[in-house]
Ligand binder design. Structure first.
Ligand code: NAD
Length: 357
Protein backbone atom coordinates (compact mmCIF):
# COMPACT_ATOMS: atom_id res chain seq x y z
CA UNK A 1 0.00 0.00 0.00
CA UNK A 2 1.35 3.45 -0.85
CA UNK A 3 1.47 6.30 1.66
CA UNK A 4 -0.80 8.50 -0.43
CA UNK A 5 -2.89 11.10 1.44
CA UNK A 6 -5.82 13.05 -0.05
CA UNK A 7 -4.34 16.36 1.04
CA UNK A 8 -1.00 17.36 2.46
CA UNK A 9 1.58 20.11 2.64
CA UNK A 10 5.22 19.05 2.31
CA UNK A 11 7.98 21.51 3.02
CA UNK A 12 11.68 20.69 2.98
CA UNK A 13 14.51 22.90 4.18
CA UNK A 14 17.31 23.83 1.78
CA UNK A 15 20.08 21.81 3.39
CA UNK A 16 23.21 20.43 1.75
CA UNK A 17 24.05 16.97 3.08
CA UNK A 18 27.35 15.20 2.43
CA UNK A 19 27.57 11.64 3.62
CA UNK A 20 30.48 9.22 3.86
CA UNK A 21 33.25 7.86 6.05
CA UNK A 22 36.02 10.48 6.09
CA UNK A 23 33.83 13.26 4.65
CA UNK A 24 35.02 15.59 7.46
CA UNK A 25 38.14 16.09 5.36
CA UNK A 26 35.95 18.22 3.04
CA UNK A 27 35.14 20.74 5.74
CA UNK A 28 37.42 23.48 4.34
CA UNK A 29 35.89 23.02 0.89
CA UNK A 30 32.41 23.40 2.41
CA UNK A 31 33.40 26.57 4.29
CA UNK A 32 34.66 28.09 1.03
CA UNK A 33 31.52 26.96 -0.83
CA UNK A 34 29.47 28.98 1.67
CA UNK A 35 31.61 32.00 0.76
CA UNK A 36 33.13 32.00 4.25
CA UNK A 37 36.72 32.40 5.39
CA UNK A 38 36.60 32.60 9.21
CA UNK A 39 35.10 29.58 10.95
CA UNK A 40 34.56 29.20 14.69
CA UNK A 41 34.73 25.52 15.67
CA UNK A 42 32.34 24.38 18.45
CA UNK A 43 32.44 21.33 20.73
CA UNK A 44 31.82 20.15 24.26
CA UNK A 45 34.78 20.07 26.66
CA UNK A 46 34.82 16.26 26.22
CA UNK A 47 35.26 16.54 22.44
CA UNK A 48 37.85 19.31 22.29
CA UNK A 49 40.39 16.96 20.69
CA UNK A 50 37.98 16.40 17.79
CA UNK A 51 37.45 20.17 17.59
CA UNK A 52 41.22 20.61 17.35
CA UNK A 53 41.32 18.05 14.52
CA UNK A 54 38.77 20.21 12.70
CA UNK A 55 40.77 23.37 13.33
CA UNK A 56 43.75 21.58 11.76
CA UNK A 57 41.62 20.46 8.79
CA UNK A 58 40.42 24.04 8.31
CA UNK A 59 43.92 25.54 8.57
CA UNK A 60 43.79 29.32 8.06
CA UNK A 61 39.99 29.14 7.66
CA UNK A 62 39.61 28.45 11.42
CA UNK A 63 39.72 31.50 13.68
CA UNK A 64 39.10 29.73 16.98
CA UNK A 65 37.58 26.95 19.04
CA UNK A 66 34.79 27.38 21.59
CA UNK A 67 34.58 24.13 23.55
CA UNK A 68 32.05 24.92 26.26
CA UNK A 69 28.88 23.48 24.65
CA UNK A 70 26.58 22.21 27.40
CA UNK A 71 23.48 20.00 27.58
CA UNK A 72 20.17 21.88 27.11
CA UNK A 73 21.86 24.98 25.63
CA UNK A 74 21.97 27.40 28.60
CA UNK A 75 21.33 30.97 27.43
CA UNK A 76 24.34 32.46 29.26
CA UNK A 77 26.71 30.10 27.44
CA UNK A 78 25.07 30.90 24.10
CA UNK A 79 25.43 34.64 24.79
CA UNK A 80 29.12 34.20 25.66
CA UNK A 81 29.75 32.04 22.57
CA UNK A 82 27.98 34.49 20.25
CA UNK A 83 30.00 37.37 21.73
CA UNK A 84 33.20 35.35 21.16
CA UNK A 85 32.18 34.70 17.53
CA UNK A 86 31.64 38.44 16.98
CA UNK A 87 34.91 39.32 18.74
CA UNK A 88 36.83 36.93 16.44
CA UNK A 89 35.04 38.21 13.33
CA UNK A 90 33.79 34.68 12.59
CA UNK A 91 31.68 34.37 9.44
CA UNK A 92 30.41 30.80 10.06
CA UNK A 93 30.34 28.12 12.74
CA UNK A 94 31.36 24.47 12.47
CA UNK A 95 29.58 22.48 15.21
CA UNK A 96 31.18 19.08 15.85
CA UNK A 97 29.31 16.87 18.30
CA UNK A 98 25.89 15.76 19.51
CA UNK A 99 22.70 17.71 20.08
CA UNK A 100 24.30 19.92 22.73
CA UNK A 101 26.99 21.24 20.37
CA UNK A 102 24.53 21.54 17.49
CA UNK A 103 22.26 23.47 19.87
CA UNK A 104 25.07 25.92 20.63
CA UNK A 105 25.69 26.46 16.90
CA UNK A 106 21.99 27.11 16.39
CA UNK A 107 21.91 29.53 19.33
CA UNK A 108 24.82 31.47 17.82
CA UNK A 109 23.10 31.48 14.42
CA UNK A 110 19.89 32.73 16.03
CA UNK A 111 21.78 35.67 17.54
CA UNK A 112 24.12 36.47 14.62
CA UNK A 113 22.65 34.87 11.47
CA UNK A 114 25.98 33.12 10.81
CA UNK A 115 25.73 30.04 8.56
CA UNK A 116 26.30 26.65 10.18
CA UNK A 117 28.12 23.50 9.14
CA UNK A 118 27.17 20.67 11.49
CA UNK A 119 29.13 17.45 11.89
CA UNK A 120 26.96 15.16 14.06
CA UNK A 121 28.62 12.58 16.30
CA UNK A 122 25.41 11.16 17.84
CA UNK A 123 22.04 10.20 16.36
CA UNK A 124 19.98 12.97 18.09
CA UNK A 125 19.02 14.59 14.77
CA UNK A 126 19.08 18.25 15.81
CA UNK A 127 21.23 19.11 12.78
CA UNK A 128 18.24 18.47 10.49
CA UNK A 129 15.73 20.76 12.24
CA UNK A 130 14.93 24.48 12.53
CA UNK A 131 14.25 23.94 16.27
CA UNK A 132 16.28 25.42 19.11
CA UNK A 133 15.71 24.30 22.72
CA UNK A 134 17.31 26.53 25.35
CA UNK A 135 17.35 26.78 29.14
CA UNK A 136 17.29 29.86 31.32
CA UNK A 137 16.74 29.94 35.09
CA UNK A 138 16.08 26.20 35.07
CA UNK A 139 13.31 26.47 32.46
CA UNK A 140 13.51 24.95 29.01
CA UNK A 141 11.81 26.63 26.07
CA UNK A 142 11.77 25.85 22.38
CA UNK A 143 11.65 28.09 19.32
CA UNK A 144 11.46 27.34 15.62
CA UNK A 145 13.10 29.68 13.13
CA UNK A 146 14.60 29.32 9.65
CA UNK A 147 17.64 31.21 11.04
CA UNK A 148 18.37 28.19 13.20
CA UNK A 149 18.30 25.56 10.40
CA UNK A 150 21.87 24.48 9.60
CA UNK A 151 22.95 25.04 5.98
CA UNK A 152 25.36 22.09 5.63
CA UNK A 153 25.54 18.68 7.36
CA UNK A 154 28.57 16.40 7.07
CA UNK A 155 27.73 12.85 8.18
CA UNK A 156 30.98 11.02 8.83
CA UNK A 157 30.58 7.53 10.30
CA UNK A 158 34.20 7.52 11.48
CA UNK A 159 33.32 10.14 14.09
CA UNK A 160 30.43 8.12 15.56
CA UNK A 161 32.60 5.06 16.23
CA UNK A 162 33.75 6.59 19.52
CA UNK A 163 30.20 6.96 20.83
CA UNK A 164 30.07 4.52 23.78
CA UNK A 165 27.75 1.54 23.28
CA UNK A 166 25.29 2.64 25.98
CA UNK A 167 24.94 6.11 24.45
CA UNK A 168 24.72 4.58 20.99
CA UNK A 169 21.58 2.68 21.94
CA UNK A 170 19.84 5.49 23.77
CA UNK A 171 20.71 7.99 21.05
CA UNK A 172 19.33 5.59 18.43
CA UNK A 173 16.04 5.25 20.31
CA UNK A 174 15.96 9.05 20.64
CA UNK A 175 16.16 9.25 16.85
CA UNK A 176 13.60 6.49 16.33
CA UNK A 177 11.15 8.43 18.52
CA UNK A 178 11.12 11.28 15.97
CA UNK A 179 10.16 8.84 13.23
CA UNK A 180 7.62 6.90 15.29
CA UNK A 181 5.75 10.06 16.29
CA UNK A 182 6.09 11.38 12.74
CA UNK A 183 3.91 8.49 11.54
CA UNK A 184 0.82 9.96 13.19
CA UNK A 185 1.66 13.68 13.09
CA UNK A 186 -1.26 15.84 12.00
CA UNK A 187 0.92 17.62 9.44
CA UNK A 188 2.65 14.52 8.09
CA UNK A 189 3.03 14.06 4.34
CA UNK A 190 3.71 10.94 2.25
CA UNK A 191 7.33 12.08 2.10
CA UNK A 192 7.74 12.44 5.88
CA UNK A 193 6.15 8.99 6.27
CA UNK A 194 8.54 7.46 3.76
CA UNK A 195 11.49 8.99 5.60
CA UNK A 196 10.19 7.85 8.98
CA UNK A 197 9.79 4.24 7.85
CA UNK A 198 13.15 4.15 6.11
CA UNK A 199 14.79 5.69 9.20
CA UNK A 200 13.27 2.98 11.42
CA UNK A 201 14.42 0.26 9.01
CA UNK A 202 17.96 1.68 9.01
CA UNK A 203 18.10 1.40 12.82
CA UNK A 204 16.51 -2.07 12.80
CA UNK A 205 19.20 -3.28 10.41
CA UNK A 206 22.20 -1.19 11.47
CA UNK A 207 21.96 -1.02 15.26
CA UNK A 208 22.40 -4.77 15.98
CA UNK A 209 25.53 -4.72 13.82
CA UNK A 210 26.86 -1.67 15.68
CA UNK A 211 26.20 -3.46 18.97
CA UNK A 212 28.10 -6.51 17.71
CA UNK A 213 31.01 -4.34 16.55
CA UNK A 214 30.90 -0.62 17.48
CA UNK A 215 33.74 0.05 15.01
CA UNK A 216 31.87 -1.42 12.02
CA UNK A 217 31.88 1.59 9.68
CA UNK A 218 29.11 0.29 7.43
CA UNK A 219 26.81 -0.29 10.39
CA UNK A 220 27.72 3.11 11.86
CA UNK A 221 26.96 4.63 8.46
CA UNK A 222 23.59 2.90 8.25
CA UNK A 223 22.57 4.16 11.69
CA UNK A 224 23.79 7.66 10.82
CA UNK A 225 21.64 7.48 7.68
CA UNK A 226 18.72 6.56 9.97
CA UNK A 227 19.52 9.53 12.19
CA UNK A 228 19.42 11.90 9.22
CA UNK A 229 16.03 10.58 8.09
CA UNK A 230 14.53 10.61 11.59
CA UNK A 231 15.91 14.10 12.29
CA UNK A 232 14.49 15.37 9.01
CA UNK A 233 11.07 14.04 10.04
CA UNK A 234 11.40 15.92 13.35
CA UNK A 235 12.17 19.08 11.37
CA UNK A 236 9.09 18.71 9.17
CA UNK A 237 6.22 17.59 11.41
CA UNK A 238 4.82 18.12 14.91
CA UNK A 239 5.54 15.78 17.81
CA UNK A 240 3.04 14.45 20.37
CA UNK A 241 2.75 12.57 23.68
CA UNK A 242 6.17 10.91 23.61
CA UNK A 243 8.05 14.19 23.22
CA UNK A 244 5.79 15.92 25.77
CA UNK A 245 6.55 13.23 28.35
CA UNK A 246 10.29 13.41 27.66
CA UNK A 247 10.33 17.21 27.88
CA UNK A 248 8.43 17.03 31.18
CA UNK A 249 10.74 14.39 32.66
CA UNK A 250 13.88 16.16 31.41
CA UNK A 251 12.76 19.69 32.25
CA UNK A 252 11.14 19.15 35.67
CA UNK A 253 13.00 16.10 37.00
CA UNK A 254 16.36 16.58 35.30
CA UNK A 255 16.32 13.11 33.74
CA UNK A 256 18.94 12.53 31.02
CA UNK A 257 17.74 13.31 27.49
CA UNK A 258 18.46 10.25 25.34
CA UNK A 259 17.93 7.68 28.12
CA UNK A 260 14.49 9.11 28.87
CA UNK A 261 13.52 8.84 25.20
CA UNK A 262 14.75 5.24 25.21
CA UNK A 263 12.55 4.28 28.17
CA UNK A 264 9.39 6.18 27.19
CA UNK A 265 9.14 5.37 23.48
CA UNK A 266 7.54 1.90 23.71
CA UNK A 267 5.01 3.19 26.28
CA UNK A 268 3.99 6.28 24.31
CA UNK A 269 3.57 4.25 21.14
CA UNK A 270 1.62 1.62 23.12
CA UNK A 271 -0.64 4.38 24.48
CA UNK A 272 -1.42 5.67 20.98
CA UNK A 273 -1.60 2.36 19.13
CA UNK A 274 -5.33 1.76 19.48
CA UNK A 275 -6.15 5.31 18.32
CA UNK A 276 -4.20 5.05 15.04
CA UNK A 277 -3.77 1.31 14.35
CA UNK A 278 -3.25 1.70 10.60
CA UNK A 279 -0.64 4.43 10.96
CA UNK A 280 1.39 2.46 13.52
CA UNK A 281 1.01 -0.99 11.93
CA UNK A 282 4.25 -0.50 9.93
CA UNK A 283 6.18 -0.45 13.22
CA UNK A 284 4.99 -3.99 13.96
CA UNK A 285 5.85 -4.99 10.39
CA UNK A 286 9.34 -3.51 10.64
CA UNK A 287 10.29 -4.79 14.09
CA UNK A 288 8.06 -7.90 14.33
CA UNK A 289 5.80 -8.88 17.23
CA UNK A 290 2.18 -8.44 18.07
CA UNK A 291 1.75 -4.68 18.57
CA UNK A 292 3.77 -1.50 17.88
CA UNK A 293 4.51 -0.78 21.57
CA UNK A 294 5.56 -4.36 22.24
CA UNK A 295 7.67 -4.41 19.06
CA UNK A 296 9.65 -1.35 20.18
CA UNK A 297 9.95 -2.69 23.73
CA UNK A 298 11.34 -6.00 22.46
CA UNK A 299 13.84 -4.18 20.22
CA UNK A 300 14.93 -2.03 23.19
CA UNK A 301 15.38 -5.18 25.32
CA UNK A 302 17.46 -6.84 22.59
CA UNK A 303 19.62 -3.73 22.27
CA UNK A 304 20.10 -3.67 26.07
CA UNK A 305 18.58 -0.19 26.36
CA UNK A 306 17.62 1.19 29.77
CA UNK A 307 13.99 0.19 30.42
CA UNK A 308 13.05 1.81 33.73
CA UNK A 309 12.69 5.45 34.80
CA UNK A 310 13.67 4.38 38.30
CA UNK A 311 17.11 3.48 36.96
CA UNK A 312 17.44 7.05 35.62
CA UNK A 313 16.88 8.52 39.08
CA UNK A 314 13.12 9.20 39.10
CA UNK A 315 11.45 8.46 42.45
CA UNK A 316 8.14 6.61 42.60
CA UNK A 317 6.80 9.52 44.65
CA UNK A 318 7.45 11.81 41.65
CA UNK A 319 5.04 9.94 39.39
CA UNK A 320 1.89 11.79 40.43
CA UNK A 321 3.49 15.18 39.79
CA UNK A 322 4.92 13.95 36.51
CA UNK A 323 1.43 12.84 35.40
CA UNK A 324 -0.01 16.22 36.45
CA UNK A 325 2.67 18.18 34.60
CA UNK A 326 2.44 16.04 31.47
CA UNK A 327 -1.32 16.61 31.39
CA UNK A 328 -0.92 20.40 31.47
CA UNK A 329 -0.63 22.22 28.11
CA UNK A 330 -0.57 18.89 26.25
CA UNK A 331 0.77 18.68 22.71
CA UNK A 332 -1.77 17.48 20.14
CA UNK A 333 -1.97 13.68 20.41
CA UNK A 334 -3.93 11.08 18.40
CA UNK A 335 -5.42 9.62 21.60
CA UNK A 336 -6.88 12.09 24.10
CA UNK A 337 -4.65 12.62 27.12
CA UNK A 338 -6.27 10.94 30.11
CA UNK A 339 -4.55 11.66 33.41
CA UNK A 340 -5.23 8.21 34.92
CA UNK A 341 -4.04 6.37 31.82
CA UNK A 342 -0.92 8.56 31.76
CA UNK A 343 -0.26 7.80 35.42
CA UNK A 344 -0.45 4.06 34.61
CA UNK A 345 1.88 4.54 31.65
CA UNK A 346 4.40 6.30 33.90
CA UNK A 347 4.13 3.55 36.54
CA UNK A 348 4.96 0.90 33.94
CA UNK A 349 7.81 2.99 32.51
CA UNK A 350 9.11 3.62 36.03
CA UNK A 351 9.17 -0.09 36.82
CA UNK A 352 10.53 -1.15 33.41
CA UNK A 353 7.47 -3.26 32.58
CA UNK A 354 6.35 -3.94 29.02
CA UNK A 355 3.88 -1.33 27.71
CA UNK A 356 0.16 -1.88 28.09
CA UNK A 357 -1.28 -2.45 24.61
P1 NAD B 1 25.09 15.49 23.79
O1 NAD B 1 25.35 16.31 22.58
O2 NAD B 1 24.80 16.22 25.07
O3 NAD B 1 26.33 14.53 24.01
C1 NAD B 1 26.45 13.80 25.24
C2 NAD B 1 27.93 13.59 25.56
O4 NAD B 1 28.49 12.68 24.60
C3 NAD B 1 28.76 14.87 25.45
O5 NAD B 1 29.71 14.86 26.49
C4 NAD B 1 29.45 14.73 24.11
O6 NAD B 1 30.66 15.43 24.05
C5 NAD B 1 29.66 13.23 24.04
N1 NAD B 1 29.74 12.71 22.67
C6 NAD B 1 28.97 13.05 21.61
N2 NAD B 1 29.34 12.35 20.54
C7 NAD B 1 30.37 11.55 20.91
C8 NAD B 1 31.17 10.59 20.23
N3 NAD B 1 30.97 10.26 18.95
N4 NAD B 1 32.15 9.98 20.92
C9 NAD B 1 32.34 10.24 22.23
N5 NAD B 1 31.61 11.13 22.93
C10 NAD B 1 30.64 11.78 22.28
O7 NAD B 1 23.92 14.43 23.57
P2 NAD B 1 22.76 14.30 22.46
O8 NAD B 1 21.87 13.25 22.97
O9 NAD B 1 23.34 14.16 21.11
O10 NAD B 1 22.03 15.70 22.49
C11 NAD B 1 21.12 16.03 23.50
C12 NAD B 1 20.70 17.48 23.38
O11 NAD B 1 20.26 17.73 22.05
C13 NAD B 1 19.54 17.84 24.29
O12 NAD B 1 19.78 19.11 24.84
C14 NAD B 1 18.35 17.86 23.35
O13 NAD B 1 17.33 18.71 23.82
C15 NAD B 1 18.98 18.35 22.07
N6 NAD B 1 18.22 17.97 20.87
C16 NAD B 1 17.69 18.98 20.13
C17 NAD B 1 16.98 18.69 18.97
C18 NAD B 1 16.42 19.81 18.13
O14 NAD B 1 15.89 19.58 17.05
N7 NAD B 1 16.51 21.04 18.59
C19 NAD B 1 16.82 17.35 18.56
C20 NAD B 1 17.39 16.35 19.33
C21 NAD B 1 18.10 16.67 20.49
Amino acid sequence: MSHFQDTFVAQSAAVRVRFGAGVRHSVAEEIRALGCRRALILSTPQQVTTAQEFADLCGPLAVGIYSNATMHTPVDISDAAAAYAVQLGADCVVAVGGGSTTGLGKAIAYRTDLPQIVVPTTYAGSEATPILGQTENGRKSTLTSPKVQPEVILYDAELVRTLPVGMTVTSALNAMAHAAEGLYAQNRSPISTLMALEGLRAFRDGLPNVMANPHDLTARGETLYGAWLCGTVLGQVGMALHHKLCHTLGGSFDLPHAETHAVILAHAIGYNAAAVPDLLAPITQIFGGTSPGQAIYDFAVKMKAPLALRDLGLKETDLDRAADLATQNPYWNPRPIDRNALRQLLQAAWAGDAPAV
